[in-house]
Design a protein around this ligand. Structure first.
Ligand code: CMC
Length: 495
């Protein structure tokens, strides 16, 4: 915690500390540094009297606030799960380099590692795998839920809603019904309740995703098979019709497993942060995962793989790449699949995806957009605009090409990101529930720049405020056709 020391620099300040002089008051504060971090609440002690004429909403006398739009440099949790060195292009799960895991591990083994902290023995893995797989079966009523969506519903809308719907089946898993300490006690019963939800969510993630897929294809639903791997079962659940002994292609099953593994976690990205933010109110994990799913869906995050393919289709062919690059530089377009908040050299996952793409193309044939993608990649990597801003391909630049070659519809791509990410979200959620000192609700501060206190004005005395952002927009009304407009009728239309 920051504490004022003296008006001059303290010679006795410990080396692992920061000395801050507040020039408004002349006071000097010493703030301890631990693990190369300082506590933001230390700034709360740095108070100053309000200047004459200063807005009271600044709350200057209540201490300094730390402003960080978009969390550029704010650590919100202490974590032992995933480490990223963005400058060196390093990604490690629980200390293990992603390249080694992609080569030697499997998605479910890595899930065990991420959630429980160490690689499982054979026996431990078998237990975990069988729990996950046996929890993959959905209640038959869920069929009605999926059938209630519009024929063209985006599968991410279905998946997001499905996770929230799933929670409604398990009242015993809901802290609002069972008591708010359901997941935070750390005793055997509490851990067992938590782990049961983990098995269910990982097990049912593929089932819900496959149901979203089948409903769009107009297919009946299938019961998850036995004896197949996690990704083998997922492929079966999407693709099996009435053939006997249906077995997914092993190359595609393995490729999907590698893609799942490298998507399993990525520390505090937008969706994981959303899961933790939502979970910090101690809501049930199904609701928290649904919130994470919603966050992942955006085109700046997990929706980027879909956006990349739409971009490549719009570019059309390698000869149109230079014009596209120029449009990006004029800020008329975004080069989807490039750039990253953390990686400033390369995204290590993108190399694994490139290698996986080669394996997949051997059995599916090359995707026709590959040449355009290569031309775009090469042009961007040589261009000063991208070099200066340290923009390199991220995982999404290549993954969409694999999903397309595997025959998945474009709007299903974010689902293929969300399903494996359930693992990472749960690892972080479990860690937060069990963290030392209990769960603290996530409640950030704001810098209030709005109106100061003012009195309510009666309608007849108000001045009209106008402006694009200050008044409700006029909108077209769907469903009212020209024919309706030309018709005459008594009473009011319902629309
Ligand atoms: N195309 C063109 N310019 C870009 C791009 C891009 N893809 N990404 C960043 N820039 C520019 C940006 O305009 C800014 O330029 P300037 O400094 O002149 O204003 C500069 O590079 C820094 O970018 P930023 O927006 O401050 O970076 P950020 O850390 O806030 O955003 C990002 C990171 C991933 C949202 C962004 O790079 C982006 O929009 N990329 C495209 C979407 C995408 O591929 N998302 C997937 C991310 S990886 C998978 C995942 O984890 O979800």
């Amino acid at each position: 915690m920051g504490r004022p020391t003296s008006s001059s620099l303290p010679e006795s300040a410990p080396q692992e500390s920061l000395t801050i002089r507040d020039n408004r008051t002349g006071k000097t504060y010493t703030v301890p540094i631990a693990d190369n971090a300082i506590s933001a609440t230390a700034f709360k002690t740095m108070t100053a009297p309000r200047k004459p004429g200063e807005r009271e909403e600044n709350e200057t006398e209540k201490g300094l606030r730390v402003q960080d739009k978009g969390f550029l440099n704010t650590a919100v949790i202490r974590s032992g799960i995933t480490y990223i060195d963005g400058d060196a292009g390093v990604l490690r799960y629980r200390g293990y380099p992603i390249e080694q895991l992609a080569l030697k591990s499997s998605h479910l083994e890595t899930a065990y590692l991420l959630i429980y902290g160490s690689l499982p023995t054979n026996e431990q893995f078998k237990f975990f795998e069988s729990e996950v797989m046996r929890h993959s079966v959905m209640h038959a009523d869920a069929e009605g839920f999926f059938r209630s969506f519009r024929y063209d519903a985006h599968p991410m809308s279905m998946l997001t809603s499905a996770f929230a719907m799933l929670g409604s089946y398990y009242s015993e898993a809901n802290p609002s019904l069972q008591g708010q300490r359901l997941y935070t006690q750390g005793n055997a019963a509490s851990l067992a309740t938590m782990d049961r939800q983990i098995y269910r969510l990982i097990g049912k993630a593929t089932t819900l995703a496959a149901m979203a897929y089948r409903v769009r294809q107009g297919r009946n639903f299938v019961t998850p098979p036995t004896g197949l791997s996690y990704t083998g079962s997922f492929l079966y659940q999407m693709d099996h019709l009435s053939e006997e002994n249906y077995t997914p292609n092993p190359v595609l099953e393995k490729a999907l497993d590698v893609l799942f593994l490298i998507h399993a976690d990525h520390e505090l990205n937008a969706s994981c942060t959303t899961v933790l933010q939502t979970g910090s109110s101690l809501v049930d994990p199904y609701s928290a995962i649904a919130a994470g799913c919603a966050s992942l869906y955006g085109p700046l995050h997990g929706g980027a793989n879909e956006a990349v393919i739409r971009m490549l289709i719009s570019i059309g062919s390698p000869q149109n790449v230079p014009a596209f690059i120029e449009a990006v530089k004029r800020r008329e377009k975004t080069l989807s699949g490039f750039g990253h908040r953390v990686y400033k050299t390369s995204d290590p996952r993108s190399f694994i995806v490139r290698k996986t793409a080669d394996e997949v193309f051997k059995v599916t044939g090359k995707d026709e957009l590959l040449e355009t993608a290569m031309a775009l990649h090469d042009a961007a990597m040589k261009d000063e605009y991208f070099i200066k801003r340290k923009l390199a391909p991220n995982v999404d630049f290549w993954s969409g090409l694999i999903y397309r070659a595997m025959g998945f519809p474009l709007d299903f791509f974010p689902v293929l990101f969300a399903v494996p990410r359930v693992v990472g979200w749960l690892a972080h959620w479990r860690q937060m529930m069990l963290q030392e000192g209990g769960v603290k609700i996530w409640r950030p501060r704001q810098v209030y720049v709005g109106a100061g206190k003012r009195d309510y004005v009666p309608v007849e005395e108000r001045e009209k405020v106008e402006g694009a952002k200050q008044t409700p927009s006029k909108v077209e009304h769907g469903g009212i056709t020209k024919r309706t407009m030309l018709a005459t009728f008594k009473g009011k239309s319902k629309l």
